[in-house]
Write a protein that binds this ligand. Sequence first.
Ligand code: ASP
Ligand code: MG
Length: 417
Amino acid sequence: MSRLVLKFGGTSVADMARIRSVAGHVKREIDAGHQVAVIVSAMAGATNQLVAWCREAAALHDAREYDAVVSSGEQVTAGLLAIVLEGMGVNARSWQGWQLPVLTSNAHGTARILDINGAELLKRFKERQEVAVVAGFQGIHKETGRITTLGRGGSDTSAVALAAAIAAERCDIYTDVDGVYTADPRVVPRARRLDRIAYEEMLELASLGAKVLQVRSVELGMVHNVRIFVRSSFVEAQDIDPHATPPGTLICGEEEIMEQQVVTGIAFSKDEAQISIRRVQDKPGVAAAIFGPLAEANINVDMIVQNVSADGATTDVTFTVPAADYQRATDVLVKAKPQVGYERVDGANDVAKISVIGIGMRSHAGVAAKAFKALAQKGINIRAITTSEIKFSLLIDANYTELAVRTLHSLYELDDK
Ligand code: ASP
Ligand code: MG
Protein backbone atom coordinates (compact mmCIF):
# COMPACT_ATOMS: atom_id res chain seq x y z
CA MET A 1 0.00 0.00 0.00
CA SER A 2 1.28 3.44 -0.78
CA ARG A 3 0.25 6.97 -0.11
CA LEU A 4 -0.62 9.24 -3.00
CA VAL A 5 -1.53 12.86 -3.58
CA LEU A 6 -3.78 13.43 -6.62
CA LYS A 7 -4.18 16.95 -7.92
CA PHE A 8 -6.95 18.01 -10.29
CA GLY A 9 -6.82 21.37 -12.09
CA GLY A 10 -9.65 23.65 -13.15
CA THR A 11 -10.55 21.92 -16.43
CA SER A 12 -10.66 18.58 -14.60
CA VAL A 13 -13.33 19.85 -12.19
CA ALA A 14 -15.09 22.20 -14.62
CA ASP A 15 -18.61 20.87 -13.94
CA MET A 16 -20.43 18.14 -12.01
CA ALA A 17 -19.81 15.54 -14.73
CA ARG A 18 -16.07 16.22 -14.56
CA ILE A 19 -16.14 16.09 -10.75
CA ARG A 20 -17.81 12.67 -10.93
CA SER A 21 -15.10 11.52 -13.29
CA VAL A 22 -12.46 12.78 -10.83
CA ALA A 23 -14.18 10.87 -8.04
CA GLY A 24 -13.86 7.78 -10.22
CA HIS A 25 -10.08 8.24 -10.32
CA VAL A 26 -9.95 8.68 -6.56
CA LYS A 27 -12.04 5.57 -5.99
CA ARG A 28 -9.81 3.60 -8.34
CA GLU A 29 -6.77 4.40 -6.20
CA ILE A 30 -8.66 3.63 -2.98
CA ASP A 31 -9.81 0.30 -4.39
CA ALA A 32 -6.20 -0.46 -5.25
CA GLY A 33 -5.48 -0.06 -1.53
CA HIS A 34 -3.79 3.34 -1.48
CA GLN A 35 -4.13 6.16 1.03
CA VAL A 36 -5.23 9.21 -0.90
CA ALA A 37 -5.18 12.96 -0.39
CA VAL A 38 -6.64 15.07 -3.19
CA ILE A 39 -5.86 18.67 -4.01
CA VAL A 40 -8.44 20.48 -6.12
CA SER A 41 -8.42 23.75 -8.03
CA ALA A 42 -11.45 25.94 -8.57
CA MET A 43 -13.73 25.09 -11.49
CA ALA A 44 -12.31 26.31 -14.80
CA GLY A 45 -12.81 30.07 -15.12
CA ALA A 46 -14.01 30.48 -11.53
CA THR A 47 -10.85 32.14 -10.24
CA ASN A 48 -10.78 34.53 -13.22
CA GLN A 49 -14.34 35.54 -12.38
CA LEU A 50 -13.46 36.12 -8.72
CA VAL A 51 -10.42 38.21 -9.68
CA ALA A 52 -12.58 40.24 -12.06
CA TRP A 53 -15.12 40.91 -9.31
CA CYS A 54 -12.39 42.17 -6.99
CA ARG A 55 -11.23 44.58 -9.68
CA GLU A 56 -14.79 45.68 -10.32
CA ALA A 57 -15.33 46.28 -6.61
CA ALA A 58 -12.30 48.59 -6.54
CA ALA A 59 -9.39 48.90 -8.93
CA LEU A 60 -7.10 49.23 -5.93
CA HIS A 61 -8.20 46.75 -3.30
CA ASP A 62 -6.81 45.30 -0.10
CA ALA A 63 -4.80 42.16 -0.87
CA ARG A 64 -6.20 40.47 2.26
CA GLU A 65 -9.72 40.79 0.89
CA TYR A 66 -8.58 39.69 -2.57
CA ASP A 67 -7.40 36.48 -0.92
CA ALA A 68 -10.66 36.11 1.01
CA VAL A 69 -12.53 36.26 -2.31
CA VAL A 70 -10.32 34.29 -4.71
CA SER A 71 -9.67 31.42 -2.29
CA SER A 72 -13.39 30.61 -2.33
CA GLY A 73 -13.34 28.78 -5.68
CA GLU A 74 -11.35 25.91 -4.22
CA GLN A 75 -13.64 25.68 -1.19
CA VAL A 76 -16.55 24.88 -3.50
CA THR A 77 -14.83 22.10 -5.44
CA ALA A 78 -13.36 20.51 -2.30
CA GLY A 79 -16.81 20.26 -0.74
CA LEU A 80 -18.45 19.01 -3.93
CA LEU A 81 -15.87 16.30 -4.51
CA ALA A 82 -16.21 15.11 -0.90
CA ILE A 83 -20.00 14.88 -1.35
CA VAL A 84 -19.68 12.91 -4.59
CA LEU A 85 -17.12 10.54 -3.05
CA GLU A 86 -19.36 9.88 -0.05
CA GLY A 87 -22.19 9.15 -2.48
CA MET A 88 -19.98 6.51 -4.11
CA GLY A 89 -19.38 4.89 -0.75
CA VAL A 90 -15.89 6.33 -0.25
CA ASN A 91 -15.18 7.98 3.11
CA ALA A 92 -14.13 11.55 2.41
CA ARG A 93 -13.75 14.87 4.18
CA SER A 94 -12.94 18.30 2.74
CA TRP A 95 -10.27 20.58 4.22
CA GLN A 96 -9.65 24.27 3.78
CA GLY A 97 -6.10 25.56 4.01
CA TRP A 98 -6.74 27.03 7.46
CA GLN A 99 -8.15 23.78 8.79
CA LEU A 100 -5.03 21.64 8.36
CA PRO A 101 -3.43 24.21 8.61
CA VAL A 102 -1.31 25.18 5.60
CA LEU A 103 0.85 27.91 7.11
CA THR A 104 2.17 30.53 4.71
CA SER A 105 4.06 33.78 4.59
CA ASN A 106 2.18 37.03 4.78
CA ALA A 107 2.58 37.94 1.10
CA HIS A 108 -1.11 38.05 0.20
CA GLY A 109 -1.70 37.01 -3.40
CA THR A 110 1.70 35.34 -3.72
CA ALA A 111 2.20 33.67 -0.36
CA ARG A 112 4.78 30.94 0.19
CA ILE A 113 4.01 27.75 2.06
CA LEU A 114 6.04 27.49 5.27
CA ASP A 115 4.61 24.37 6.82
CA ILE A 116 1.73 21.91 6.44
CA ASN A 117 0.36 19.86 9.27
CA GLY A 118 -0.62 16.47 7.88
CA ALA A 119 -1.03 14.69 11.23
CA GLU A 120 -4.81 14.65 11.25
CA LEU A 121 -4.95 13.37 7.66
CA LEU A 122 -2.57 10.53 8.46
CA LYS A 123 -4.63 9.56 11.47
CA ARG A 124 -7.81 9.45 9.40
CA PHE A 125 -6.15 7.45 6.62
CA LYS A 126 -5.38 4.81 9.19
CA GLU A 127 -8.48 4.85 11.34
CA ARG A 128 -11.20 5.29 8.73
CA GLN A 129 -9.60 4.93 5.29
CA GLU A 130 -10.81 8.46 4.77
CA VAL A 131 -9.86 10.43 1.65
CA ALA A 132 -8.74 13.98 2.38
CA VAL A 133 -10.00 16.48 -0.18
CA VAL A 134 -7.91 19.60 0.31
CA ALA A 135 -8.59 22.99 -1.26
CA GLY A 136 -5.51 23.98 -3.25
CA PHE A 137 -4.14 27.49 -3.73
CA GLN A 138 -4.87 28.65 -0.19
CA GLY A 139 -3.32 28.81 3.25
CA ILE A 140 -3.32 30.89 6.38
CA HIS A 141 -0.83 33.35 7.78
CA LYS A 142 0.46 32.20 11.13
CA GLU A 143 0.36 35.49 12.99
CA THR A 144 -2.60 37.30 11.51
CA GLY A 145 -4.78 34.24 10.97
CA ARG A 146 -5.87 35.65 7.61
CA ILE A 147 -6.47 33.49 4.54
CA THR A 148 -3.71 33.72 1.95
CA THR A 149 -3.37 32.49 -1.65
CA LEU A 150 -0.28 31.21 -3.42
CA GLY A 151 -0.42 33.01 -6.77
CA ARG A 152 -2.14 31.89 -9.98
CA GLY A 153 -1.61 28.22 -10.70
CA GLY A 154 -0.72 27.74 -7.03
CA SER A 155 -2.62 24.52 -6.44
CA ASP A 156 0.23 22.63 -8.13
CA THR A 157 2.41 23.93 -5.33
CA SER A 158 -0.21 22.99 -2.73
CA ALA A 159 -0.15 19.44 -4.08
CA VAL A 160 3.62 19.01 -4.03
CA ALA A 161 3.89 20.59 -0.59
CA LEU A 162 1.20 18.29 0.77
CA ALA A 163 2.94 15.29 -0.78
CA ALA A 164 6.12 16.29 1.05
CA ALA A 165 4.24 16.86 4.31
CA ILE A 166 2.61 13.42 4.37
CA ALA A 167 5.60 11.66 2.76
CA ALA A 168 3.55 10.52 -0.23
CA GLU A 169 5.17 8.14 -2.64
CA ARG A 170 4.03 10.22 -5.60
CA CYS A 171 2.16 13.36 -6.46
CA ASP A 172 -0.05 12.80 -9.51
CA ILE A 173 -0.95 15.98 -11.38
CA TYR A 174 -4.04 15.22 -13.46
CA THR A 175 -4.39 17.83 -16.16
CA ASP A 176 -5.62 18.49 -19.70
CA VAL A 177 -2.43 17.19 -21.32
CA ASP A 178 -1.07 13.69 -20.91
CA GLY A 179 2.47 14.66 -20.00
CA VAL A 180 5.48 16.80 -20.78
CA TYR A 181 6.62 16.85 -24.40
CA THR A 182 10.01 17.34 -26.06
CA ALA A 183 8.53 20.50 -27.63
CA ASP A 184 5.12 22.11 -28.04
CA PRO A 185 3.20 19.57 -30.19
CA ARG A 186 1.30 22.40 -31.89
CA VAL A 187 4.59 23.61 -33.36
CA VAL A 188 6.40 20.30 -33.68
CA PRO A 189 3.95 17.60 -34.80
CA ARG A 190 6.64 14.99 -34.20
CA ALA A 191 7.18 15.97 -30.57
CA ARG A 192 7.29 13.02 -28.19
CA ARG A 193 5.93 12.63 -24.70
CA LEU A 194 8.79 12.16 -22.26
CA ASP A 195 8.58 9.21 -19.90
CA ARG A 196 10.82 10.97 -17.41
CA ILE A 197 12.36 14.37 -16.94
CA ALA A 198 14.72 15.60 -14.22
CA TYR A 199 13.62 18.32 -11.81
CA GLU A 200 16.25 20.72 -13.10
CA GLU A 201 15.14 20.27 -16.69
CA MET A 202 11.49 20.72 -15.78
CA LEU A 203 12.38 23.81 -13.81
CA GLU A 204 13.94 25.31 -16.94
CA LEU A 205 10.93 24.34 -19.06
CA ALA A 206 8.45 25.76 -16.56
CA SER A 207 10.45 28.97 -16.17
CA LEU A 208 10.48 29.30 -19.96
CA GLY A 209 6.72 29.32 -19.98
CA ALA A 210 5.67 25.68 -20.37
CA LYS A 211 2.27 26.00 -18.72
CA VAL A 212 2.06 22.47 -17.34
CA LEU A 213 3.16 23.28 -13.78
CA GLN A 214 3.67 26.31 -11.57
CA VAL A 215 7.43 26.92 -11.35
CA ARG A 216 7.39 26.92 -7.58
CA SER A 217 5.88 23.45 -7.43
CA VAL A 218 8.85 22.07 -9.37
CA GLU A 219 11.30 23.87 -7.07
CA LEU A 220 9.56 22.39 -4.08
CA GLY A 221 9.54 18.92 -5.63
CA MET A 222 13.27 19.19 -6.22
CA VAL A 223 14.01 20.33 -2.66
CA HIS A 224 11.86 17.65 -1.01
CA ASN A 225 12.40 14.96 -3.61
CA VAL A 226 8.71 14.54 -4.38
CA ARG A 227 8.11 12.41 -7.46
CA ILE A 228 5.62 14.30 -9.64
CA PHE A 229 3.65 12.45 -12.30
CA VAL A 230 1.88 14.53 -14.97
CA ARG A 231 -1.03 12.62 -16.53
CA SER A 232 -4.34 13.17 -18.27
CA SER A 233 -7.60 13.58 -16.39
CA PHE A 234 -9.53 13.01 -19.61
CA VAL A 235 -9.14 9.25 -19.46
CA GLU A 236 -12.01 7.62 -17.56
CA ALA A 237 -11.06 5.60 -14.49
CA GLN A 238 -12.53 2.36 -15.86
CA ASP A 239 -10.34 2.61 -18.97
CA ILE A 240 -7.11 2.51 -16.97
CA ASP A 241 -5.33 -0.81 -16.66
CA PRO A 242 -4.42 -1.06 -12.96
CA HIS A 243 -1.41 -3.24 -13.75
CA ALA A 244 0.16 -1.10 -16.48
CA THR A 245 2.12 2.13 -16.13
CA PRO A 246 -0.30 4.82 -17.27
CA PRO A 247 0.76 7.31 -19.94
CA GLY A 248 2.35 10.37 -18.44
CA THR A 249 5.64 12.01 -17.51
CA LEU A 250 7.47 11.43 -14.24
CA ILE A 251 9.42 14.41 -12.92
CA CYS A 252 12.10 12.96 -10.71
CA GLY A 253 15.73 13.03 -9.64
CA GLU A 254 18.45 12.35 -12.21
CA GLU A 255 19.36 9.06 -10.56
CA GLU A 256 15.96 7.66 -11.58
CA ILE A 257 16.61 8.39 -15.25
CA MET A 258 18.50 5.57 -16.89
CA GLU A 259 18.58 6.40 -20.53
CA GLN A 260 20.07 9.84 -20.64
CA GLN A 261 19.76 11.82 -23.83
CA VAL A 262 21.94 14.85 -24.31
CA VAL A 263 18.99 17.09 -25.12
CA THR A 264 15.62 16.54 -23.43
CA GLY A 265 13.50 19.34 -24.79
CA ILE A 266 13.23 22.55 -26.75
CA ALA A 267 11.24 25.55 -25.59
CA PHE A 268 10.59 28.90 -27.16
CA SER A 269 9.13 32.23 -26.28
CA LYS A 270 7.92 34.84 -28.74
CA ASP A 271 7.19 37.37 -26.04
CA GLU A 272 10.71 38.75 -26.04
CA ALA A 273 12.17 42.08 -26.99
CA GLN A 274 15.82 42.88 -27.58
CA ILE A 275 17.46 46.07 -26.44
CA SER A 276 20.99 47.06 -27.44
CA ILE A 277 22.76 50.01 -25.90
CA ARG A 278 25.45 51.25 -28.27
CA ARG A 279 28.77 52.74 -27.32
CA VAL A 280 28.35 52.52 -23.58
CA GLN A 281 31.31 53.79 -21.58
CA ASP A 282 33.46 50.81 -20.64
CA LYS A 283 34.13 51.50 -16.97
CA PRO A 284 33.16 50.13 -13.54
CA GLY A 285 29.61 50.79 -12.39
CA VAL A 286 28.03 51.03 -15.81
CA ALA A 287 26.20 47.70 -15.65
CA ALA A 288 24.80 48.74 -12.29
CA ALA A 289 23.70 52.08 -13.77
CA ILE A 290 21.83 50.22 -16.54
CA PHE A 291 20.28 47.30 -14.69
CA GLY A 292 19.62 49.03 -11.36
CA PRO A 293 16.89 51.33 -12.72
CA LEU A 294 15.37 48.46 -14.75
CA ALA A 295 15.12 46.34 -11.61
CA GLU A 296 13.57 49.25 -9.73
CA ALA A 297 10.98 49.51 -12.47
CA ASN A 298 10.26 45.81 -11.92
CA ILE A 299 11.37 44.86 -15.41
CA ASN A 300 12.68 41.33 -15.70
CA VAL A 301 15.92 41.25 -17.68
CA ASP A 302 16.83 37.91 -19.18
CA MET A 303 19.70 37.33 -21.65
CA ILE A 304 22.55 39.77 -21.14
CA VAL A 305 25.47 40.01 -23.55
CA GLN A 306 28.27 42.54 -23.32
CA ASN A 307 30.77 42.81 -26.12
CA VAL A 308 34.47 43.10 -25.55
CA SER A 309 35.34 46.72 -26.06
CA ALA A 310 36.94 47.37 -29.47
CA ASP A 311 38.42 50.76 -28.73
CA GLY A 312 39.02 50.35 -24.99
CA ALA A 313 36.62 53.17 -24.22
CA THR A 314 33.14 52.02 -25.21
CA THR A 315 31.23 48.78 -25.67
CA ASP A 316 27.77 47.46 -26.62
CA VAL A 317 25.38 45.87 -24.15
CA THR A 318 22.49 43.72 -25.40
CA PHE A 319 19.75 42.13 -23.31
CA THR A 320 16.16 40.95 -23.52
CA VAL A 321 13.03 41.97 -21.65
CA PRO A 322 9.43 40.73 -21.91
CA ALA A 323 7.87 42.26 -25.04
CA ALA A 324 5.17 43.85 -22.90
CA ASP A 325 7.86 45.84 -21.05
CA TYR A 326 9.76 46.94 -24.14
CA GLN A 327 8.52 50.52 -24.23
CA ARG A 328 8.84 50.99 -20.49
CA ALA A 329 12.39 49.63 -20.52
CA THR A 330 13.38 52.00 -23.32
CA ASP A 331 11.93 54.93 -21.37
CA VAL A 332 13.85 53.94 -18.25
CA LEU A 333 17.10 53.82 -20.25
CA VAL A 334 16.51 57.20 -21.86
CA LYS A 335 16.01 58.66 -18.40
CA ALA A 336 19.17 56.99 -17.11
CA LYS A 337 21.27 58.22 -20.05
CA PRO A 338 23.19 60.87 -18.06
CA GLN A 339 24.25 58.32 -15.42
CA VAL A 340 25.06 55.54 -17.91
CA GLY A 341 26.60 57.50 -20.75
CA TYR A 342 25.95 55.92 -24.14
CA GLU A 343 25.40 56.87 -27.76
CA ARG A 344 22.02 55.34 -28.55
CA VAL A 345 19.51 52.60 -27.76
CA ASP A 346 18.45 50.19 -30.52
CA GLY A 347 15.80 47.58 -30.12
CA ALA A 348 13.63 44.96 -31.75
CA ASN A 349 10.27 43.73 -30.60
CA ASP A 350 9.87 40.87 -33.07
CA VAL A 351 12.42 38.45 -31.67
CA ALA A 352 12.08 34.98 -30.19
CA LYS A 353 14.12 33.05 -27.70
CA ILE A 354 14.75 29.38 -28.41
CA SER A 355 16.08 27.30 -25.54
CA VAL A 356 17.60 23.85 -25.72
CA ILE A 357 17.59 21.95 -22.43
CA GLY A 358 19.22 18.77 -21.21
CA ILE A 359 21.21 17.64 -18.18
CA GLY A 360 23.30 15.57 -20.60
CA MET A 361 24.93 18.82 -21.73
CA ARG A 362 27.03 18.77 -18.59
CA SER A 363 29.01 15.85 -19.88
CA HIS A 364 28.93 16.48 -23.63
CA ALA A 365 30.91 19.09 -25.51
CA GLY A 366 29.88 20.82 -28.71
CA VAL A 367 26.13 20.54 -28.21
CA ALA A 368 25.49 24.20 -28.96
CA ALA A 369 27.97 24.34 -31.82
CA LYS A 370 25.87 21.79 -33.68
CA ALA A 371 22.86 24.08 -33.39
CA PHE A 372 24.70 27.09 -34.78
CA LYS A 373 25.66 25.13 -37.85
CA ALA A 374 22.19 23.71 -38.43
CA LEU A 375 20.55 27.11 -38.12
CA ALA A 376 23.11 28.73 -40.39
CA GLN A 377 22.28 26.16 -43.07
CA LYS A 378 18.65 27.31 -42.88
CA GLY A 379 19.73 30.94 -43.17
CA ILE A 380 18.65 31.80 -39.63
CA ASN A 381 20.66 34.57 -38.03
CA ILE A 382 21.47 34.38 -34.31
CA ARG A 383 21.27 37.73 -32.53
CA ALA A 384 22.46 36.67 -29.09
CA ILE A 385 23.47 33.52 -27.25
CA THR A 386 23.53 32.61 -23.59
CA THR A 387 24.52 29.35 -22.01
CA SER A 388 24.28 27.66 -18.64
CA GLU A 389 25.19 24.22 -17.44
CA ILE A 390 22.10 22.44 -18.76
CA LYS A 391 20.70 24.93 -21.27
CA PHE A 392 21.55 27.29 -24.05
CA SER A 393 19.30 29.97 -25.48
CA LEU A 394 19.39 31.70 -28.84
CA LEU A 395 17.72 34.93 -29.81
CA ILE A 396 16.47 34.98 -33.41
CA ASP A 397 13.94 36.83 -35.57
CA ALA A 398 10.46 35.76 -34.51
CA ASN A 399 9.54 34.85 -38.12
CA TYR A 400 11.90 31.89 -37.94
CA THR A 401 10.66 30.48 -34.63
CA GLU A 402 8.84 27.43 -35.98
CA LEU A 403 11.56 26.58 -38.47
CA ALA A 404 14.26 26.89 -35.82
CA VAL A 405 12.42 24.78 -33.25
CA ARG A 406 11.71 22.00 -35.78
CA THR A 407 15.26 22.09 -37.11
CA LEU A 408 16.72 21.70 -33.62
CA HIS A 409 14.17 19.07 -32.67
CA SER A 410 15.36 16.86 -35.55
CA LEU A 411 18.99 17.75 -35.03
CA TYR A 412 18.98 16.41 -31.48
CA GLU A 413 17.05 13.29 -32.52
CA LEU A 414 13.94 14.12 -30.55
CA ASP A 415 11.50 13.45 -33.42
CA ASP A 416 9.00 10.68 -32.88
CA LYS A 417 9.89 7.83 -35.19
N1 ASP B 1 -7.59 28.39 -9.06
C1 ASP B 1 -6.30 29.01 -9.01
C2 ASP B 1 -5.99 29.66 -10.35
O1 ASP B 1 -6.80 29.61 -11.25
C3 ASP B 1 -5.23 28.07 -8.60
C4 ASP B 1 -4.97 26.92 -9.56
O2 ASP B 1 -5.84 26.58 -10.35
O3 ASP B 1 -3.89 26.35 -9.51
O4 ASP B 1 -4.96 30.25 -10.50
MG1 MG C 1 -2.59 25.00 -13.43
